[in-house]
Design a protein around this ligand. Structure first.
Ligand code: VLZ
Length: 134
């Protein structure tokens, strides 16, 4: 039985989101707003199908995928660069590789106790986010 990430999650910490956004080429004005946000994640997990909706007072981003099936991601409202994304399980971690113009782009989700963890990677920058159940 894989881990179940389903639920509604509120951001409680956000380490180096600034560095991650700089690596993505997000402009200064957008970064100033974005780093103040406390996004909420709604995750729906049904077998190999996932729906991850990240919402905030400024912008929303939603993603749907199946484990092991590569898909085109548009990153609309983020850096707007298209990439090919592939999500797989690595033990109990959900790992996404985002292949495109930016090197070393991707993210990893895992659970630790009652918390949802997310590492966001781009080039040489790593952002670490922690969420608690709403
Ligand atoms: O999450 O890739 O859960 O997509 C932040 C929205 C969303 C705020 C960040 C606006 C998306 C920021 C992080 C404006 C620049 C992400 C994946 C893993 C699913």
């Amino acid at each position: 039985m894989p881990v179940d990430f389903s639920g509604t999650w509120n951001l409680i910490s956000n380490d180096n989101f600034e560095g991650y956004m700089v690596a993505l080429g997000i402009d200064f004005a957008t970064r100033k707003i974005a780093k103040m946000l406390k996004p909420q994640k709604v995750i729906k997990q049904d077998g190999d199908s996932f729906y991850i909706h990240t919402t905030s007072t400024f912008r929303d981003y939603s993603l749907q995928f199946r484990i092991g099936e590569e898909f085109e991601e548009d990153n609309k409202g983020l850096d707007n660069r298209k990439c090919k994304s592939l999500v797989t399980w690595e033990n109990d971690k959900l790992v996404c590789v985002q292949t495109g113009e930016k090197k070393n782009r991707g993210w990893t989700h895992w659970l630790e106790g009652d918390d949802l963890h997310l590492e966001l990677r781009c080039e040489n920058q790593v952002c670490k986010q922690v969420f608690k159940r709403a």
